[in-house]
Design a protein around this ligand. Structure first.
Ligand SMILES: Nc1nc2c(c(=O)[nH]1)N[C@H]1C(S)=C(S)[C@@H](COP(=O)(O)O)O[C@H]1N2
Ligand SMILES: [Mo]
Length: 316
């Protein structure tokens, strides 16, 4: 079967919205997922993702060249499915992200446990084309489908004690084989300060390239925080908790000298073992030099005010 995908360099964001591009992606995905899905087509999609309309594009979207669907879905960090870049695409094939429920708890007046479909229903889906900068020194441009994290959090009416938000990934060794090895202290947890979480940029992503989120990218729902290193964008979320105190975060506990709570993209603060000044755009031709990493991953206009007066060397 032919791979029905163009090279990253052929796809301009201005082309992305047309349905024909999505359909190409869907065909690619069916190819990637196997014959059963190919035959079933739309019938396999959950109700909320069927025939997504042409999505409005968030004004925060970058117009840089998109990474290909193939790059985005075969070069992943998702330790629940293995530590190699190509492991998640292989080991998450049989992961079934349904049924899925999300618990919201802690410092808020409307906590509860919700089925994914009910959880998503109130929010307008948009396309958000964001840069993702991994702490390891590579980056991608990804066309997410998602909705505003701030809009979602407000629904649960956080109270005055809600100074932070914690997110937790599913913990189920039988479904996430990487959790059988203690490479991290499972379940993966992440957190944001409440004002960071209420900023206009972060999203809950439920898709990419107009498709439901591939398993390896954090199905069925994950966080995307574009001005922070990729590990803050936690995948396959089952719990959200409003807290008065700063949440624990998995990478900070794993290597506290290397990964702080904030983890803002910052070319002026090196990782103890490597420089953060430049990055390699995945999919770029090998002869292309690395590109400069931008403060706050280029989103300073939207987020620099959150850190006014803070020492970002201490608060890395
Ligand atoms: N639960 C969980 N979330 C995770 C990770 C992980 O290992 N487990 N890896 C993080 C890292 S290091 C990065 S760079 C991004 C990668 O997201 P992508 O594979 O969709 O590009 O996911 C982040 N979210
Ligand atoms: Mo990362």
């Amino acid at each position: 079967m032919a791979i029905l995908i163009r090279k990253a360099t052929d796809i301009k964001p201005s082309e992305i919205t047309p349905r024909s591009v999505y359909l190409d992606r869907r065909r690619f995905m069916q190819h990637a997922l196997g014959a059963s899905v190919l035959l079933a087509g739309d019938a396999m999609l959950p109700a909320w993702a069927k025939r997504w309309p042409e999505l409005a594009k968030s004004p925060h979207s970058t117009d840089e060249v998109l990474n290909s669907f193939e790059d985005i879905t075969t070069y992943n960090n998702f330790y629940e499915f293995g530590t190699g870049k190509s492991d998640p695409a292989k080991n998450a094939v049989n992961f079934d992200p349904k049924p899925w429920s999300i618990t919201v708890e802690g410092e808020c007046s409307k906590p509860g446990t919700f089925d994914l479909e009910d959880f998503i229903k109130p929010y307008a889906l948009q396309e958000y084309i964001y840069r993702l900068r991994c702490v390891e020194g590579w980056s991608m441009v990804i066309p997410w489908v998602g909705f505003s994290l701030a809009d979602m959090l407000k629904t649960f009416e956080p109270n005055a004690n809600a100074k932070y938000v914690e997110f937790t990934t599913l913990y189920d060794k039988s479904r996430m084989p990487g959790q059988k090895r203690r490479v991290l202290d499972w379940p993966y947890v992440e957190g944001l300060r409440i004002d960071e979480a209420m900023n206009e940029l972060p999203i809950m992503a439920v898709g990419l390239y107009g498709e439901i989120l591939p398993n390896q990218n954090g199905a069925p729902i994950r966080l995307v925080v574009p001005w922070k290193y990729g590990f803050k964008s936690i995948k396959s979320i089952v719990k959200i908790r409003f807290m008065e105190t700063q949440p624990r975060t998995t990478w900070n506990e794993s290597a506290p000298r290397e990964y702080g709570f904030y983890s803002n993209v910052n070319p002026n603060v090196d990782h103890p073992r490597w420089s953060q000044k430049k990055e390699r755009r995945i999919g770029a031709p090998i002869w292309k030099p690395k590109i400069d990493t931008l403060m706050f991953n280029g989103y300073g206009e939207q987020v620099a005010h959150l850190y006014q007066g803070m020492d970002l060397v201490k608060n890395f």
